[in-house]
Design a protein around this ligand. Structure first.
Ligand code: AMP
Length: 184
């Protein structure tokens, strides 16, 4: 029997994920539809398929570090790093990492936030994949890309489980290879 084509396999995976992601209306605030990925993480086949797809996208042995964005980016980024043969680096909200840190401020829907990396977390010239659960406006991922780039490292891509395409997140990431397993 013929192997499934890669695009057909990707379609099957997004169908599986779409059936598991739970929409939570008006969370964490009125008007927001929160994409709850907990059922994806709890499903052994779906969780493994997500990690495998993220690793397959860059290729095992092709990245030095995976930067996972607090907090759900940690859950996906750590196994991706392990299977890609890379180190794992947490990008955290300001004040959570012992210094010295590099900080990047970014806009949220209401107000602003600051993302931090430890200053020696990635080295100049290293190849880095940024991982998070959801790309919304792209501000958070853009802050992570800014930090990695300022350290002199190379962002090989941003990998997310979900892209909320109506918010045009990739527009905030010009020149960056953005990949999502599921688009809304
Ligand atoms: P943004 O900076 O607007 O791209 O927001 C992305 C970050 O906020 C990610 O770390 C997500 O975990 C979280 N996020 C934003 N919008 C949602 C949503 N609708 N559902 C779940 N998480 C979200």
């Amino acid at each position: 029997m013929a192997e499934p084509r890669p695009d057909a396999a990707a379609g099957l995976l997004s169908d599986l994920l779409r059936g598991l992601v739970r929409d939570v209306a008006d969370y964490p605030e009125p008007g927001v539809v929160f994409k709850d990925i907990a059922p994806v993480l709890a499903d052994r086949a779906a969780f493994a398929a997500v990690v495998d797809a993220m690793v397959g996208r860059v290729g095992a042995g092709q990245v030095d570090s995976v930067v996972g964005i607090e907090a759900r980016g940690f859950i996906l980024g750590a196994p991706v790093a392990y299977h890609a043969g890379a180190g794992f680096v947490p990008a955290r909200k300001k004040g959570k990492l012992p210094g010295p840190t590099l900080d990047s401020a970014y806009e949220l829907e209401y107000g602003s936030a600051v993302l931090s990396l430890q200053a020696d977390a990635v080295l100049p010239g290293e190849r880095v994949l940024v991982v998070d659960d959801v790309l919304a406006t792209g501000g958070t991922a853009a802050a992570a890309v800014d930090l990695v780039t300022r350290m002199g490292a190379i962002v090989v891509g941003v990998s997310v489980l979900i892209d909320l395409t109506f918010l045009h997140g990739p527009d905030r990431l010009p020149g960056v290879d953005v990949h999502a397993l599921l688009a809304y």
